[in-house]
Design a protein around this ligand. Structure first.
Ligand SMILES: Nc1nc2c(ncn2[C@@H]2O[C@H](COP(=O)(O)OP(=O)(O)OP(=O)(O)O)[C@@H](O)[C@H]2O)c(=O)[nH]1
Ligand SMILES: [Zn+2]
Length: 212
């Protein structure tokens, strides 16, 4: 691990620095936690790995975008928290895998703008309309930093846990191969059913949306 510290990756469009790594015990497994800095923006991202991920075989992978409300505050407006837990559990069951935790909150618009978007949704807008009303695209995320982090960890081929085909294509654009898309579907609740329906109908997510 030590010899990888301070390694940079400029090949994917994002220059990153692997700053430090440590063990991270969790309820599912003791992962290795790798802390990265995105040089241009100073944004800090982390990766959790388990097992020998750099051996060339496809790696069970979750590329998770930050959702403070869902990941840390138990929000039921979205499916992020349960998806995060399910991904860590799946990697632990497999005994090998990686979870990238990317600091692109609110599909890239940031926490406070996401709260603005939620306020508009409280008035009846859907998640796409709310972003557009605020002057943002429906999804501003960029996966070049994800590709750089994967490369730094020695990972080139994924079994990617996602329902979002645009995430698959975005990673492939940065020369990360997705050998398999693994559906990552969470049972809906009464608060997120509309959000999941909009993701299916307007954002192209691949899951059957709940009946109204
Ligand atoms: N702007 C905005 N962002 C949201 C909203 N709800 C969740 N998010 C953000 O959306 C991101 C998660 O993206 P999702 O669209 O739920 O899922 P995904 O990552 O594209 O796809 P999966 O891999 O299938 O989970 C996180 O950064 C959340 O903070 C919302 O209503 N508005
Ligand atoms: Zn969320």
């Amino acid at each position: 691990m030590q010899n990888k510290l301070n390694e940079t990756d400029k090949t994917s469009g994002s220059e990153i620095l692997l700053v430090a790594a440590c063990h991270l015990p969790t309820p599912w497994a003791t992962f290795e936690l790798h802390g990265f800095e995105e040089v241009a923006s100073g944004r800090e991202h982390v990766a959790l790995t388990l097992g020998a991920v750099a051996d060339g075989a496809p790696v069970l992978t979750r590329v998770h975008s930050e959702c403070l409300t869902g990941d840390a505050l138990f929000s039921q407006r979205c499916d992020c928290g349960p998806q995060l837990e399910a991904a860590l559990a799946a990697i632990a069951t497999e005994g090998r895998g990686v979870l990238l935790y990317l600091r692109q909150e609110g599909r890239g618009i940031g926490l406070l703008n996401k709260i603005r978007a939620y306020a508009l949704q409280d008035q009846g807008a859907d998640t796409v309309e709310a972003n557009e009303h605020l002057g943002f695209p429906a999804d501003s995320r960029d996966y070049s930093v994800a590709a750089a982090m994967l490369r730094s960890l020695g990972i080139a081929t994924l079994k990617l846990m996602t329902n979002n085909p645009r995430k698959v294509h975005a990673l492939e654009r940065y020369d990360i191969a997705v050998a398999e898309r693994v559906p990552h579907i969470i049972e809906p609740n009464p608060h997120n059913a509309g959000y999941l329906r909009t993701k299916a109908e307007r954002l192209g997510h691949l899951f059957p949306w709940p009946e109204a």
